[in-house]
Write a protein that binds this ligand. Structure first.
Ligand SMILES: Cc1cc2nc3c(=O)[nH]c(=O)nc-3n(C[C@H](O)[C@H](O)[C@H](O)COP(=O)(O)O)c2cc1C
Length: 200
């Protein structure tokens, strides 16, 4: 089959786009507002896009609290959502008023970050402390600004739970990172295999 996104003529009960670009890692973004209130929300339009310097991006469909907080205070943390934390991660996506902290809502404990003034999720196996680089309001082919905001941050500090380091390497099977698929589907990394780069 083939469909044009403008026409959305796939004839399927649900739009398949996000099921195709899958799995997507979930950046569980903690941020704070100018009054020091802490926010937490999952974003699967998320990834690392450079390593020298290390840069991550998350994209918000609408100008949500995470974006306005990062724009206002310049820092955020990408906590990695894992199998154990899946229900808290999901609950933290609830559309609650700005004043409500998702840490309180979920009962998740915070832990101080080292280099940014935004706490991490204490139980998350890894967390990337980030400083804001830029927020880009995305434009479509028509040249018009859409209601999507990509937030870029440079990773300045990395927390890793020592328990997930095996033989000097991060063993993802120890924390089983979650990923977002299409529809209401999720994936979890349980199996890993190696391949060498081609020698030519
Ligand atoms: C697994 C998962 C992934 C999500 N990914 C995104 C995303 O990439 N962009 C987005 O705008 N909303 C996404 N959402 C919805 C937001 O988490 C939700 O709108 C949340 O309330 C936003 O919180 P905030 O206003 O505190 O930033 C996702 C929700 C879940 C459960």
């Amino acid at each position: 089959m083939f469909y044009e996104t403008e026409k959305n003529d796939h004839g399927l009960p649900h739009n398949p786009f996000k099921a195709i670009v899958a799995p997507r890692p979930i950046g569980w973004i903690s941020s704070r507002d100018t009054e020091g209130r802490i926010n937490l929300a999952p974003y699967s339009f998320f990834n690392c896009i450079a390593d020298k310097p290390p840069i991550v991006v998350f994209s918000s469909s609408g100008y949500k609290d995470s974006v306005s907080n990062v724009d206002a205070t310049g820092e955020f943390v990408c906590n990695m959502a894992s199998w154990d934390l899946k229900d808290d991660m999901n609950l933290s996506s609830a559309a609650v008023p700005h004043e409500t902290s998702e840490f309180e809502l979920t009962g998740l404990e915070m832990a101080d970050s080292r280099l940014v003034g935004v706490p991490r999720v204490a139980k998350a196996a890894t967390a990337l402390e980030c400083k804001h680089l830029q927020t880009l309001r995305l434009k479509g082919l028509d040249g018009k600004e859409s209601d999507n905001y990509a937030v870029f941050g440079q990773v300045v500090g990395v927390y890793i739970d020592d328990n997930v380091i095996v033989d000097g390497m991060v063993d993802v099977t120890r924390y089983r990172p979650l990923s977002r698929l299409g529809y209401m589907d999720y994936g979890v990394v349980d199996e890993v295999f190696q391949m060498d780069r081609p020698k030519v």
